[in-house]
Write a protein of this length. Structure first.
Length: 65
């Protein structure tokens, strides 16, 4: 019975699992930031390239700046 209590105390005091969870949450947060940043940059780049393409082949009445 005493060994069971000691095993439970050892399990509760062990912090290795907590560290792994913290690293997992940190990695997930970094991944979310990268995905959001890439999607915003992609949208802005798409608009920029569309503008440049419009200037390379101007339509009648189009203005490029």
């Amino acid at each position: 019975m005493k060994s069971l209590i000691l095993a439970i105390k050892g399990f509760l005091l062990d912090e290795e699992g907590v560290t792994a969870i913290e690293y997992g949450l940190l990695a997930a947060l970094i991944a979310i930031v990268l995905i959001v940043g890439a999607s915003l940059a992609g949208t802005n780049l798409n608009a920029l390239f569309a503008y440049i393409a419009g200037c390379l082949t101007p339509l009648p009445g189009a203005s490029c700046g």
